[in-house]
Design a protein around this ligand. Structure first.
Ligand code: A3P
Length: 290
């Protein structure tokens, strides 16, 4: 049973923004130089987009950017729908090389990306911090379904009955897909702990080398505090009837281990039990603190 606002898409609960024109998304025609930035929501999408953009522009691009999501219209759920161009429409006029954001689980990504041997960067973040961040995001983003009470949201997250489906399926699906494809798998926790090392790895994946000066500039520009104050990255330009920043800012905390300030001992035990059951068969491991 799905909460209102979510529709089943091949076994994955989805918001209307995706299901409404699923055929257009499924049949999306990728260019070989398209770069896919893929994440489960709240795992560092905006952070990685900013890193890649700074690397590609060899410093800081000053223009207002809109990196399109591979979904039709993010705010279609709203009544009346917010008049923002759809990701698919933006992509049509975007000059190459394009960067495309997506939260799609691996099995739902348009086949055309893989037929064209496109590169993809997947950012994964530990489930407990994602749970907390996703809850606040549901509260502040009127385009998301009502999260219900904290307890309801906690249960729905664990059982995968939230938008974009199960975190467990998402991170393991992309992990298993790496072989034979050009997928660079990054952990939010690693990026937080050693951004120099991780930014260099991303640059290498993109075929770029960074000198010390450029690396320092990128490091500073993509730090949480800089991004929190930057109107190009903090989503402050999204109208307040869509993003309620007074309830919770988009750039909320940007830390590892915030779950410790939220989960009770009992909730944490329940989470660990389900986690162990769902992750028993995978080689994929996460850190929940630094
Ligand atoms: P919190 O809610 O835990 O603060 P996404 O872009 O995928 O929606 O992810 C948003 C999460 O990434 C938020 O987490 C946000 O604060 C965090 N984030 C964004 N930019 C960051 C940065 N430069 N450093 C650390 N965390 C960042």
């Amino acid at each position: 049973h799905l909460r209102s606002g979510l529709t089943d898409l091949q076994g994955v609960p989805m918001t209307l923004s995706v299901t409404h024109r699923w055929d257009d998304i499924k049949n999306f025609s990728a260019h070989p130089d398209d770069l896919l930035i893929a994440t489960y929501p709240k795992s560092g999408t905006t952070w990685m987009v900013e890193i890649v953009d700074s690397i590609r522009n060899e410093g800081i691009s000053q223009e207002m950017r809109s990196i399109p999501s591979l979904m039709r219209a993010p705010f279609l759920e709203m009544n009346p729908p917010a008049p923002f161009p759809s990701g698919l429409d933006i992509l049509k006029t975007m000059p190459a090389p394009r960067m495309v954001k997506t939260h799609l689980p691996f099995q739902l990504v348009p086949q055309s990306f893989w037929d064209n041997n496109c590169k993809a960067i997947y950012i994964a973040r530990n489930a407990k911090d994602v749970l907390i961040s996703y809850y606040y995001f549901h509260k502040m983003n009127t385009g998301m379904p009502e999260p219900g009470t904290w307890h309801e949201f906690f249960d729905n997250f664990l059982s995968g009955k939230v938008s974009w489906g199960s975190w467990f399926d998402h991170v393991t699906g992309w992990w298993d897909a790496r072989e034979g494809l050009r997928i660079h798998y990054v952990f939010y926790e690693d990026l937080k702990q050693d951004p120099v090392k991780e930014i260099k790895k991303v640059a290498l994946f993109l075929g770029k080398t960074l000198n010390k000066e450029l690396l320092d500039t990128i490091l500073e520009h993509t730090s949480f505090n800089k991004m929190k104050d930057n109107p190009m990255t903090n989503f402050s330009t999204v109208p307040p009837f869509v993003f309620k920043h007074d309830i919770s800012p988009f750039m909320r905390k940007g830390t590892v281990g915030d779950w410790k300030l939220h989960l009770t001992v009992a909730e944490n035990e329940r989470f660990d039990e389900e986690y162990q059951r769902r992750m028993a068969a995978t080689s994929l491991t996460f850190r929940t603190e630094l």
